[in-house]
Design a protein around this ligand. Sequence first.
Ligand code: 13P
Length: 246
Amino acid sequence: MRRKLAAGNWKMNGALAALSELDALQEAASGDAEVLICPPATLIASAAAKSGKVAIGGQDCHAAASGAHTGDISAPMLREAGATYVILGHSERRADHGETDAVVAAKTQAAWDARLIAIVCVGETLDDRERGKTLDVIGAQLAGSLPDDVTGANTVVAYEPVWAIGTGKVPTTDQIAEVHNFIRATLIQRFGNEIASAVRLLYGGSVKASNATQIFAVPDVDGALVGGASLKASDFAPIVDALNAA
Ligand code: 13P
């Protein structure tokens, strides 16, 4: 049985005052689904100190555990600050920082070494989709971004179509089902049925309370990676509630 996961990615948003949102999430986080908030790195320690039933994660880590990498943060540092998860290979990191699949794989290994659960993101651009390349692109990202030792306990895969992030555009449930099905089949082929069946698959991209129930009804959708609608508990809690009801 895969435990459902509602993950919030605050991106570069939120000040100390925003941590009061964690208090307002406690009730929603009391259900079966796991609730995770990934705030900016500067807030992780403060968030972890008052997170209650909500898990805390980072949004990126360096592939090395320490060293001369000005401005970067390592997986052991995230872990020490109280994170248990880290988002890796988000399309904004791939685009803004030129992260390749190989970089994402190295970061994933570093996350595992620090006992963090890696949420590895994949997703096609609009151009990829229009050219009929969606599954090819996602297959290549999975092949290159996941190291060999994937388990259901150390890895979550998030499908985030780039064109759906922050745009209000959401794929049809058939399109989400096609990709999630493909991801599951790809994982089975590489890691075997037992391991692949334990890996949670999240959908991300313009998830809101108004579309969550529909998305969570799609087979092989084990939860969501939510950006804008995770910033306020009043928006995120109904999404968590929809996941608990799914
Ligand atoms: P939005 O929910 O704001 O579209 O962002 C999705 C996302 O990128 C989460 O990682």
